[in-house]
Ligand binder design. Structure first.
Ligand code: LRH
Length: 474
């Protein structure tokens, strides 16, 4: 069976509108629009998203999608996790905060004073990340005045359809979802003073949310149905990882590198908590048992700081080629050092982290890039060792999907440092997962399609690049 859907896929550095064509068990994407995204500093100094611009790009992209392909069956929306918009009446109160805004430090203290972290982990299964939504609510006075808090994809779905829901995979990143029942933990919310308005009715990927209406309908030009997908981008990406067995791990590599495996049940042991592993909700009730590694953020921020110094753009591809040619010992740093998480002069910060640990700072830009890539690969390899230890799984391959799958240096370094073969691709895993969940909801994969059916479609449609690990270093 065949058809076409539209995917709105928003990452922390860029957004896309794609058409997804499904026919005979295979899938193909066509990019309709791509637009920049990123933190903006508001007049009060806070770090926010330029949501008005983002929404405008989405409407323009969807209008173009309809113009190119009038037969679109539905729209699905996914984005980065944890961030939300507040509504009063039907109005957005303010531009949503960016999760890298530093206000959350006070939120962490406030939450842990009421519910200690080990109890939180047993309830919500989330690794500690200072920006998890519950910490943001704790310092967001406006959230008490709002009559709804909607995560970014749910907010967009609301603006399109008027329907207020919380899609479950992304809701799992708020910290307020019970890791076992996958329902809101209302008792936890009450203890933390989170208003009920922040807990809209939950829906699962595949649910129909209704048709585009009002001003959005005028802009888009067709009353398209909005279908919930794995609206957390990582959940959609994991749908499109062609995992062949439980021994396969994945790294969804974009701004972040999300390193983990798929499980049927959560693991909330002391070992998992201490290893900083999270149990996020996947599509079809699966668990995304993974660790957040600071990923390409380190590279993109470095390159943009250099471009600013030079007053002209830099070609990352060229820099990576030069970095591949650098030999010898590479200085390494902890990619997850919290000093590297806010936007700013990344080369200076990495240099400070290197010096602080007694390492020398590479002199050339090529060597600096090599140090970044190797440091990310070391963090990936460590997370793979840990996931094998904590789950008791033997791993025999790691898939890298997302933008990082095109970074040959990173893929090879990950293979070398983990000792596992790397299968790279698809690059657009997130949009593919978004498209495939919609397609399944329309019945295009038959009545009994599982995630394995969808992954078989990816395997049949996208060539993967294999990187063998180099013989172990001595
Ligand atoms: C990746 C991602 C990740 C979250 C972070 C906020 O885009 O959604 O899974 O931890 O952004």
């Amino acid at each position: 069976m065949s058809g076409v859907v539209a995917a709105v896929d928003l990452g922390a550095t860029s957004g896309r509108v794609m058409l997804g064509y499904v026919a005979d068990g295979a899938v193909r994407l066509e990019q309709v629009a791509r637009f920049p995204n990123g933190p903006v500093t508001a007049a009060d100094g806070s770090l926010r998203w330029d949501f008005a611009a983002l929404y405008d790009h989405i409407l323009a992209g969807l209008a173009e999608a309809v113009r190119r392909e009038p037969g679109i069956a539905s729209i699905g929306i996914d984005s980065w996790a944890v961030d939300y918009g507040l509504l009063r009446g039907d109005e957005l109160l303010d531009a949503p905060f960016h999760y890298r805004d530093e206000r959350t430090a006070a939120g962490v203290e406030a939450v842990h004073a009421v519910v200690p972290f080990d109890e939180l982990y047993r309830r919500n299964g989330l690794q500690f990340l200072p920006f998890n939504t519950l910490y943001q609510y704790a310092v967001d006075a406006q959230s008490r005045e709002a009559d709804a808090a909607l995560l970014i994809p749910d907010l967009i779905a609301f603006l399109l359809t008027g329907v207020r829901v919380a899609e479950r995979t992304n809701a799992s990143t708020t910290g307020l979802l019970d890791v076992r029942t996958r329902e809101w933990d209302t008792e936890l919310a009450q203890r933390l003073g989170v208003p009920r308005s922040a807990l809209p009715p939950l829906v699962d990927p595949g649910a129909s949310l209704g048709a585009v209406r009002g001003e959005a309908l005028e802009r888009i030009g067709a009353p398209l149905e909005v279908v919930a997908v794995g609206s957390h981008d990582t959940a959609s990406a994991v749908v499109a990882v062609p995992l062949a067995s439980p021994s396969a791990a994945y790294i969804s590599c974009g701004t972040w590198g999300l390193v983990g495996v798929e499980l049927d049940e959560p693991v909330v042991t002391d070992a998992a908590r201490e290893a900083l592993f999270t149990n996020e909700g996947g599509v079809d009730g699966r668990i995304r048992f993974l660790h957040n590694v600071t990923g390409l953020w380190l590279l993109t921020e470095t390159v943009s700081a250099w471009a600013e110094q030079d007053g002209s753009p830099l070609d990352l591809g060229e820099l990576l080629d030069e970095a591949s040619a650098v030999d010898g010992e590479f200085a390494l740093f902890d990619a997850n050092d919290p000093r590297l998480s806010a936007p700013g002069d990344m080369p200076a910060r990495i240099a400070a982290v290197l010096r602080g640990s007694g390492s020398s700072v590479p002199e050339s830009r090529a060597a600096f890039v090599r140090t970044i890539v190797e440091s990310i690969a070391v963090a990936f390899a460590d997370a793979l060792t840990t996931v094998a230890r904590v789950t008791g799984r033997h791993l025999d391959v790691v898939h890298i999907v997302g933008g990082g799958s095109l970074n040959r240096l990173l893929c090879q370094a990950t293979a070398d440092r983990s000792g596992l073969p790397v299968l790279a691709g698809p690059v657009e895993a997130t949009a593919l997962g978004n498209v495939l969940v919609q397609a399944r909801a329309h019945g295009w994969f038959g009545p009994d399609a599982t995630l394995e059916t969808l992954r078989a479609a990816v395997a049949a449609s996208v060539p993967l690049v294999r990187y063998e690990p180099a013989p172990a270093r001595t």
